[in-house]
Design a protein around this ligand. Sequence first.
Ligand SMILES: Cc1cc2nc3c(=O)[nH]c(=O)nc-3n(C[C@H](O)[C@H](O)[C@H](O)COP(=O)(O)O)c2cc1C
Length: 167
Amino acid sequence: MKTLIACYSYSGHTLKVAKKLQKEIGADLTEIKTEKDRWYLLKILDSIREKKATIKPCQTDLMNYDKLILCCPVWAGKTPAAVNQYMFDLKNIKDKEFGVFITSGGNRSQKATIQMRENLDLQGMKFLGQMRLITKDVENEKYGEIFPLFAGKFKDPKSENSKNITE
Ligand SMILES: Cc1cc2nc3c(=O)[nH]c(=O)nc-3n(C[C@H](O)[C@H](O)[C@H](O)COP(=O)(O)O)c2cc1C
């Protein structure tokens, strides 16, 4: 049993952290991708209104996993619509543990992490930890003290073989 990292990333920063985390903890990684791109303003509006977006097939069934890390950029202080859809599509998650992490341009608001925590709590998952990183720090590979602390909550010494799950 191992950890699944589910990552939505539009311009690569969140994915960069997700891949580093994947290496560190020996997790599988699935990328959440939308079927269609939307204009910048529509991305903002969809996030504010907590809408969902059609996503490409990815790993949503946690049958073979005991932990989930869900990660994404902050959009308009909130989660992107693709992530809202992913949380809706999740299966076999009850009583499993989860963590969330976000990257953001500078906004210190935790609204997006709260949104994910509340959604997954309501679906019966158990919260393990959260992390927030700033885009610039990700670019400069300054992950800070929080990174090993967060990773440590998901480390499984037995699972060394990680894989990338695509469609
Ligand atoms: C549509 C859109 C909305 C954004 N809204 C915010 C915001 O409200 N607060 C913030 O700090 N950064 C905001 N950002 C910046 C991203 O959260 C940040 O650059 C993030 O690290 C990008 O991650 P990615 O490269 O994985 O997509 C926004 C970016 C986009 C494209």
